[in-house]
Design a protein around this ligand. Sequence first.
Ligand SMILES: [Zn+2]
Ligand SMILES: [Zn+2]
Length: 341
Amino acid sequence: MWEERWHPLREEWVIVAAHRQSRPWSGAEVSGRAERPPVFDAACYLCPGNTRVSGRTNDNYAGTFVFDNDHPCVGINAPRELAQPGGIYRNRPATGVARVVCYSPRHDVTLAELDVDGVDALLATWQDQMRELAAHPDVTFVLIFENKGEVVGVSNPHPHCQIYATNFTFKYIETELAAGRRHLAETGRILFQDILAAERQHRRRIIFEHGTAVAFVPYFARYAYETYVAPLRSVPAIADLDAHERRDLAVVLRDTVIRFDNLWKMPFPYVMVLHQAPVQGDTSGFHFHIEFHPPLRRPNLLKYLAGPEIGGGNFLSDTWPDDKAAELRAAGGPHYSSLPS
Ligand SMILES: [Zn+2]
Ligand SMILES: [Zn+2]
């Protein structure tokens, strides 16, 4: 079976070729069953009280802990005056603030193993960071993301996410913003609300719904277990959620990452990203949501980005989103690590 599915947020086609799962596999295997890390690691630059490479010492923090990245990829000291490259080429100054957010003092407790209060406290920290960074004169956009697992390049197992607050907006957000604005002008409706309506009517890709928040594998998923977690109300950014909505989102976010880990009873790698509107300018038509891009297609089997994706620019998916959502629906309940083995 081959078909193309339109991704309305990214404005691109996703090629679905779902028979490919059964072909013999000769790709790399990823080992998921590593030893559980210790509760505290004296050599970890994120654990409480430890000294980082910059010479600064972490607080003896009890909840979340935020600090400026010692090796920032964007910085406020970036050059403002650039030499012009000439000809067809263009450049512009890239400035911003890069931060790290530790989820808790525990070196070993992942997002999926925090309780609801812990996840809610993390969301509140993100809200505080958004408000603070939005007031920064250099910042027009804030990207909050977590890379989880060695296969997505995480060098330190201490659960944490990163914040890039920049003077530019990342490309996927610009595309979503333009698509949402055009949809609003053409139909008078919010694009993401139309996606939510389609998913809630179809039901079979909904993973979990709680109060004012929902998780689903979208019709146009590019990765096998691609999952969106979103509030039902359209707001430009997480800071715009009230305490009740934030709590519901915490419940659904926690539930989602528990299902990921329960799926194969192993820590499930992913890239998690908050898609928020820029903190300046027209944000009409935008709907804040969290996207998960998990790189595994099967236990220990990595989805390679190759000819179609890297060479051609369109994702080739070999799974049906309805099937993957059903797997995640069946993986609910307590985190597997909390159950007697
Ligand atoms: Zn640590
Ligand atoms: Zn998005």
